[in-house]
Design a protein around this ligand. Structure first.
Ligand code: PHE
Length: 458
């Protein structure tokens, strides 16, 4: 078996393009929308710490394994797993890791595009000055006007998916690589500017205390499961996205160092976004950090609408969210596109349009779950809640678990070592220990306790 096959899709032009692309995939709505509101709902402090520990001890080792699987085969996740199964002469059932990854990526993209659409809508609202001096009630109304209007939602969802399609259809180097190298520096710059503005105008001290005060009482198994699910979601692991990107990683780049850089950048962005958002929230009377999903679309607009300099802060903020969502969404589409190209030998633009269309149709379910179908619930879940819970809290941890076991025990030392040449034996042993024991045991334990907690309280 060829140890280092060639990719039919191309290779990132350098290690840094991979870092930017993987960071682009990692930094998204998970950091800017989900992390702050989930941290807010679970009381800040202790949740943040657990989240960071999950990233470091479970997320990073599993992410390294996922990149390794991709690079070893230089193929889409389904074929990468097939390659690994054949090379290590193991049971073919392991191939399902690729299938689960690609399906979760498409499921996630279907609702991700809808939420990204909200951010696009809010960008135009903010730019038009519609948020100026809004009261809390007005903000609630603005938001419900948006989500109760299926046509408006579909319009934005479709625009967003067209943006994703255009990038993915243009290919790894000319599309993804090129767009990422423009978007990511822009994203970091925007974040720094916004952070400075928030420190100057907001209540930074309260935000800091809220995010870092260790409050043990707020910790339940449900909170730990959320923290772990979010850690997987934010690092984009368990969905094939990182495996697909790993397939285009230059052979000489160090997987360990690269993944650690991506995880650090991703956590810094989440924490900085949290500090920025809560500085603004705490400086505005009458809005609370535990707002839930509306934090970004209800609380923040009130804050932006009523502070000096809020106009520019608001416009920059929603622009930032759209860029972050865009650079993540393309990594959700790429794995399935790569697979279709390999399998059916169709052209990249065709594969991209077909899959974008499929995702678009699925996304209609999410669109309707906020309006016409909002009362249709199963076990307390709307269609959107169910997709979100199923992907982030079930599919991702389970596929992370399977990846850890496969690379840790099944794949065979030589195949693993071949991708990890730069790692000293000491670090290799430590990584393997985390991957073989800590990650799977923690995932299983948190997973079962969290699910039990969730359903015993419904
Ligand atoms: N990591 C992205 C975020 O935090 C979401 C995502 C998940 C992107 C999986 C790609 C793959 O928003």
């Amino acid at each position: 078996m060829d140890i280092q096959p060639k990719s039919v899709h191309g290779i990132w032009s350098s290690r840094w393009t991979f870092i930017l692309a993987a960071t682009g995939s990692a930094v998204g709505l998970g950091n800017l929308w989900k992390f702050p509101y989930v941290a807010g709902t679970f009381g800040g402090g202790a949740f943040v710490l657990i989240y960071l520990v999950c990233i470091l001890l479970i997320g990073v080792p599993v992410m390294m394994a996922e990149v390794l699987l991709g690079r070893a085969a230089r193929k889409s996740p389904i074929n990468a797993m097939h390659h690994a199964v054949v090379a290590s002469e193991s049971r073919s059932a392991w191939r399902y890791i690729g299938w689960v990854g690609i399906s979760s990526a498409l499921l996630i993209l279907s609702f991700y595009a809808v939420i990204a659409g909200w951010a696009m809508d809010y960008f135009t609202l903010t730019a038009r000055g519609a948020l100026s001096e809004v009261s809390g009630d007005d903000a609630v109304l603005l938001f419900s006007n948006l989500v109760s209007n299926p046509l408006r939602l579909v319009l934005w969802q479709s625009t967003f998916l067209v943006l994703c399609f255009l990038v993915v259809a243009a290919g790894v180097q000319r599309g993804l690589g090129r767009v990422i190298t423009v978007l990511m520096p822009m994203l970091f710059l925007l974040l720094i500017v916004m952070m400075l503005l928030a420190v100057m105008k907001g209540d930074f001290y309260s935000a800091w205390t809220f995010l870092f005060a260790f409050n043990v009482d707020s910790i339940t198994w449900r909170a730990v499961l959320e923290a772990m699910g979010l850690a997987f979601f934010t690092l984009s692991i368990g969905m094939g996205a990182i495996m697909a990107y790993g397939a285009y990683m230059p052979a000489e780049a160090s997987i360990g160092r690269t993944v650690l850089t991506v995880a650090i950048l991703d956590s810094v962005v989440a924490v900085v976004a949290g500090l920025m958002i809560f500085s603004i929230v705490f400086a505005t009377p009458g809005i609370s950090p535990s707002e839930g999903p509306g934090l970004m679309f209800i609380s923040l607009p009130v804050a932006f609408g009523n502070m000096t300099g809020g106009y520019i802060l608001g416009v920059l903020f929603f622009f930032l969210v759209v860029i972050a969502a865009w650079s993540s969404a393309i990594s959700l589409l790429e794995p399935a596109v790569a697979w279709l190209i390999e399998e059916k030998r169709i052209s990249r633009p065709r594969a991209s349009i077909f899959l974008s269309f499929l995702v678009w149709i699925l996304g209609i379910g999410t669109v309707l779950s906020f309006n016409l179908a909002k009362d249709i619930k199963v076990a307390g879940f709307t269609f959107f809640d169910a997709l979100d819970f199923l992907t982030a809290n079930i599919m991702l941890p389970l596929s992370g678990f399977a990846i850890a076991i496969f690379v840790g025990f099944i794949m065979g030392h030589d195949l693993v070592r071949a991708q990890m040449v730069d790692l000293s034996s000491k670090y290799l042993e430590r990584w393997l220990w985390l991957l073989r024991y800590l990650a799977p045991i923690a995932v299983l334990m948190i997973f079962s306790m969290g699910i039990y907690d969730k359903f015993s309280s419904v």
